[in-house]
Design a protein around this ligand. Sequence first.
Ligand code: DOR
Ligand code: ZN
Length: 346
Amino acid sequence: MTVDSITLIQPDDWHVHLRDGQMLKQVAAYTARQFGRAIIMPNLTPPVITAQMASEYRLRIKQATADYPDFEPLMTAYLTDSTDPVEITQGYKAGIFTAAKLYPANATTNSAAGVTDVRHIHGVLEAMQGIGMPLLVHGEVVSEDIDVFDREAVFIERIMDPLLKDFPELKVVFEHITTKDAADFVASHHGRLAATITVHHLQINRNDMLVGGIKPHLYCLPVAKRERHRQALRLAATSGSDRFFLGTDTAPHAVGDKESACGCAGIFSAPHALENYLQVFEEEQALDRFEAFASLNGPAFYGLPVNKKTITLEKVIQTVPDSAGTEPLNVQPYRAGDILSWRLQQ
Ligand code: DOR
Ligand code: ZN
């Protein structure tokens, strides 16, 4: 059966980098035009560590998305070795923080101030567990002796598994999973563990990034893995399990910072995120499971209501533009120049 259009409850994006300043102004509308809510990553310079910083950042996001007044940014706290549990819990109780983000120190962009050892934040995790505040985890071990392609699998064994044993009631989101190891771990875990899956990790493997010339715009962290991992992620996303939900990890960097001798990690997938996710679900013959992945599982895990509006995507081709924004901060959208088979109705 061919489907010409699909209408569903408006989705949310549970993992977004909106940046700040001019970049924020350039990119925010791409997210706000599609999603009801978005979990906003706190890895700014300096990072968002206090409730005060988060509420000011939230205001700047609301200004940048003034054309979409219903769009709701959900703010997160950036955890450091010296995070005060009181700051986090008060911010959560005041409705400013929705979650807190654990970046292992030096794992990725602007993570130098991240956590060097999870033991340093045991008091914070204890407090979060007590109030039901979700912990969002960048799941990569950073160590000289660990191959970059193994960092996620090693993280499960060394950090994630012990953490879940120490805090069995803590709500944890394993962000942007990239391996079969992580998909299997999440699916089989009995506690309060879920995972976000990006659209690029459903669509590309490491060959796409490295064969026939290096493609800096497909470089992100965690880095794309082998094909068998991509296949496992597609199975997980379309499995119908409520443990998996949409999180783009859209992470804009100016073209000059990507096309560089030391290029930044991050894929700017916001512009056509929904069209690309939907294409994956169509290819997997799982269109009937898209709404749960995009619009229902996330709110259920976070304990939030589903969105009231609906959106419609039509089977209409469109070409992804080569560039967004203006010099020197122009950004290249994910799949620039490609033809997409779906289009979000505005
Ligand atoms: O590719 C990535 N880009 N991965 C991250 O974890 C951070 C992000 C960014 O902020 O650029
Ligand atoms: Zn991210």
